[in-house]
Design a protein around this ligand. Structure first.
Ligand code: DX5
Ligand code: ZN
Length: 215
């Protein structure tokens, strides 16, 4: 059974409290929080004041996904805002080892996200330092895109790398996750499934989360 992390990017921002309470009351495990800067990705999502509002309502761990350049500048800020997992992009970090150490020294779990074109073997030398790898199954920047099929292969390769290195890293899949691909992703080795549109655009979001938990 995988963890399910509904992505708040797909929530109704006019009813953010209602949607966060829905996640609280559901079988979801984490809140997935997408922070975009309009530079690393071609979109701007939301920032600190909105995250603060989410934090006051959320009763489950905040899984914060930074799609920003130079994320080191904000690590302490996100720790103060209650992030439990803080994920940075491999493609945005020149000194990834230092960045991960800083995240952990601030008391958070350290995640690394890989864009669809980035192979998993780039993490071979550092996998022991990584609590979570987020495999992007869409190009980051927008919700509601379709799932990129090479993700299965990458998940299998990452699972093998983690086993080979005897690491305890969790594998998260982010983008285009639905009840059509969830079972195959878990079969391939996924531990955490992020789902935005599939959950929030559903007629019955709690039931949709429940179904994802059953795979
Ligand atoms: C994409 C974000 C995802 C997104 C997922 O850049 O990182 O977390 O919110 O949304 P769906 O599930 O709609 O693809
Ligand atoms: Zn995300």
């Amino acid at each position: 059974m995988a963890k399910i992390a509904p992505s708040i990017l797909a929530a109704d921002f006019g009813n953010l409290e209602r949607d966060c309470k829905m996640v609280n009351a559901s079988e979801a495990d984490w809140f997935h929080i997408d922070i975009m800067d309009g530079v690393f990705v071609p979109n701007i999502s939301y920032g600190m004041p909105v995250l603060k509002a989410i934090q006051t309502v959320a009763q489950k761990p905040l899984d914060v996904h930074l799609m920003i350049v130079d994320p080191d500048r904000y690590i302490e800020t996100f720790a103060d805002l209650g992030a439990v997992v803080l994920t940075v992009h491999y493609e945005a970090c020149t000194h990834l080892h230092r960045t991960l150490q800083k995240i952990k020294s601030c008391g958070m779990l350290a995640g690394v996200a890989l864009n669809p074109h980035t192979p998993v073997h780039v993490l071979e030398a550092i996998i022991h330092e990584v609590d979570l790898v987020c495999l992007m199954s869409v190009n980051p920047g927008f919700g509601g895109q379709s799932f990129i099929e090479n993700t299965y292969e990458k998940t299998i390769a990452l699972r093998a790398l983690i086993a080979k290195k005897r690491a305890t890293t969790q594998i998260e899949i982010d983008g285009g996750v639905t009840n059509q691909n969830a079972a195959a992703l878990i079969q391939a080795g996924a531990d955490v499934l992020v789902a935005g549109s599939h959950v929030f655009k559903a007629e019955d979001p709690p039931a949709t989360i429940k179904t994802l938990k059953q795979f």
